[in-house]
Design a protein around this ligand. Structure first.
Ligand code: RIB
Ligand code: CA
Length: 309
């Protein structure tokens, strides 16, 4: 039995690696890739998603979604991802077409038609929140929303208290967390342990295929900012952790907790307030992934990327 999933994404080098991992994994039936504005504006995130699908030689529909957050101007991250959002390798103009229906329409139709589907948001939650707002009933068809975002023990990366995906559209994140869906969060607490150290990257570069070289070149570019910022050996490979959770959840340590998103303007806008030690009477609303077996994660990533062209 394959697991039907939709990847919602703002490529972004780490998003690209997540898409490659998903498309290289036969356990997953990727029904579509929906793009959202985030790391770079929507025209670039949707172009980049098409380039990444091309690398796999697979036929996966790509859709463009929301070009701006629900109720605030878009904030992007070219300082991390480069002007194109996919700086690093030279990737050709894509063959994979952009579908002509809006990503939110696709999300609603696909969820209605696929009971038990999993949504994997890797960027700001604007598309997902818009779909849930327009068609609240679809939540009963969603098996799990597995998202990258937030932070508690590792609080913020775009502000001292907020992680980028949540900070860009905190209202959307709040809608998703209140939706009643089963939500699993891969926060900075987890992804900051998945570092692109030199030995790990060289193992990918030496896979002997184009995918391995491209991933290494994406990381070569992507890691420079975080290595400088955190002084670490390598950068956190955030988004592929979402896909690895679907494939091998035993690689992770998680806990059911209550999470609230701060939607108030100011220094803590977009903070994920996690009742990790259960000091309130608020029942859990998310599965919060705090730990990862990083060596096991990179071994899985290498094994799967090796299956690509
Ligand atoms: O904070 C990291 C997240 O923001 C990742 O999903 C990265 O791609 C950016 O979208
Ligand atoms: Ca992302």
């Amino acid at each position: 039995m394959t697991r039907p999933v939709i990847i919602d994404t703002d490529p972004g080098q780490d998003d690209a690696v997540a898409i490659l991992l998903a498309l290289a994994s036969p356990e997953l039936d990727v029904r579509g890739i929906t793009c959202v504005a985030g790391n770079v504006p929507l025209p670039l995130t949707s172009l980049n998603a098409r380039k990444v699908v091309d690398l796999t030689g697979k036929d996966v529909p790509v859709y463009a979604g929301c070009a701006a957050p629900l109720d605030r101007p878009l904030v992007t991250a070219e300082y991390v991802h480069g002007r194109t959002g996919l700086d690093g390798p030279a990737l050709p103009v894509p063959v994979t077409p952009l579908q002509d229906i809006h990503a939110v329409d696709f999300l609603i139709d696909a969820v209605k038609a696929t009971p038990g589907i999993t949504l994997c948001p890797l960027g700001p939650l604007t598309n997902i929140a818009t779909a849930l707002t327009r068609a609240p009933g679809i939540v009963r068809n969603i098996k799990e929303i597995v998202m990258m975002g937030g932070g508690y023990f590792e609080q913020g990366n775009i502000t001292p208290s907020a992680e980028f995906n949540i900070h860009v559209d905190p209202t959307a994140a709040d809608i998703v967390l209140r939706s009643g869906a089963q939500v699993t969060v891969l926060p900075l607490d987890c992804t900051h342990q998945a570092l692109t150290t030199r030995p790990r990257l060289e193992a990918l570069r030496r896979l002997g295929n184009r995918a391995g070289v491209v991933v290494a070149e994406l990381a070569d570019f992507f890691e420079r900012y975080d290595k400088e910022k955190y002084g670490t050996d390598g950068a956190p490979l955030h988004d592929p952790c979402v896909i690895a959770w679907l494939l091998r959840p035993e690689l992770f340590v998680a806990r059911e907790v209550h999470v609230t998103v701060d939607t108030r303007e100011g220094l803590t806008l977009g903070a994920t307030v996690v009742d990790y030690w259960r000091v309130t009477d608020r029942g859990p609303n998310v599965t919060w992934v705090r730990g990862i077996n990083a060596d096991g994660f990179f071994a899985l990533l290498g094994e799967r990327l090796a299956r690509l062209p």
